[in-house]
Design a protein around this ligand. Structure first.
Ligand SMILES: Cc1cc2nc3c(=O)[nH]c(=O)nc-3n(C[C@H](O)[C@H](O)[C@H](O)COP(=O)(O)O)c2cc1C
Length: 261
């Protein structure tokens, strides 16, 4: 059965992965759980671009992936908010290390969830454009089309070096406001189990943060901020995806608790 491995903090990539998996008659699996089995003949990777590169957990996943069959159709799709040059080249590079070739690479511009720098822009027109581009991409993948990707350039590497999550304590810049109700949603939304919630205290961060901002966007009280750029800005979740879907597909089982509405 075709499998689409997905990582998604706010649902953009999960929406894309679900649509592709449905068209292929396959299933979506989490990129944030190290339980990959790669004996399928059609394997996809769908994830957001981070600082012109891969999220750290996606890079680790690809590095540690058991090599799929040489004749497997391997595709990758990155969702991004503004520019993501070379990101798919980074996937190609990881696969080449295993003697494999990326068969198809696709990019999809979606609302930018990097709240420290931007305000999320979403509208009906944007959603229509995304669906149009996604339909074309799905058509390609369903017909096992080939599409080469641009190389991972020194400039992309330079930009990616600025990614704050290369420092594991980047979570020390999170602040928790008095609006926090200790509901635990942030801990359940975190894809790497980085947030503990002692009952009488606020969220406690364990310094293995991916800076995906899933916690910040998921908090129903908007009580989390990262540095000052996120203060007062509207939080985001892809309108096609429920909070519980994000938790079920993208967060580790150990962090799950009550369903989230
Ligand atoms: C830490 C971080 C870094 C990001 N870096 C980039 C980037 O370099 N280029 C870009 O176009 N978008 C960037 N974005 C925006 C996301 O790639 C984009 O919104 C993506 O669709 C989010 O997908 P998700 O909802 O599946 O998490 C970044 C977002 C975050 C949280």
């Amino acid at each position: 059965m075709p499998v689409v491995y997905c990582f998604s903090a706010t649902g953009n990539s999960l929406y894309v992965a679900k649509r592709i998996a449905a068209a292929l008659g396959g299933e979506v699996r989490s990129l944030s759980r190290p339980d990959a089995v790669c004996d399928e003949k059609v394997i996809g990777f769908v994830f957001p671009a981070y600082f012109w590169g891969l999220p750290n957990l996606v890079d680790r996943f690809l590095r540690d992936l058991p090599p799929p069959a040489k004749d497997a159709y391997l595709f990758a799709v990155t969702t991004y908010g503004g520019a993501a040059p070379g990101v798919l080249g980074a996937v190609g590079k990881r696969l080449r290390e295993k003697g494999l070739r990326l068969s198809y690479g696709g990019k999809l511009k979606m609302p930018d969830n990097y709240l420290p720098a931007y305000t999320v822009k979403d509208s009906e027109a944007i959603r229509l454009r995304i669906d149009r581009e996604l339909d074309a991409l799905i058509e390609d993948v369903v017909h096992s089309k080939r599409k080469a990707v641009a190389a991972y350039t020194p400039l992309s590497r330079l930009v990616h070096r600025q990614f704050p999550a290369h420092q594991s304590d980047c979570d020390s810049h999170f602040t928790v406001s008095a609006a926090c109700t200790r509901c635990g949603v942030c801990g359940r939304a975190c894809p790497v189990g980085n947030i503990a919630l002692p009952p009488e205290e606020g969220p406690r961060f364990a310094h293995r943060c991916e800076l995906c901002l899933a916690c910040l966007h998921a908090c129903p009280a908007a009580a989390l901020d990262w540095k000052t750029g996120t203060v007062g800005k509207a939080r985001y979740r892809n309108p096609h995806i429920t909070p519980q879907e994000l938790i079920d597909l993208c967060a580790p089982k150990v962090a799950q608790g009550e369903p989230v509405s």
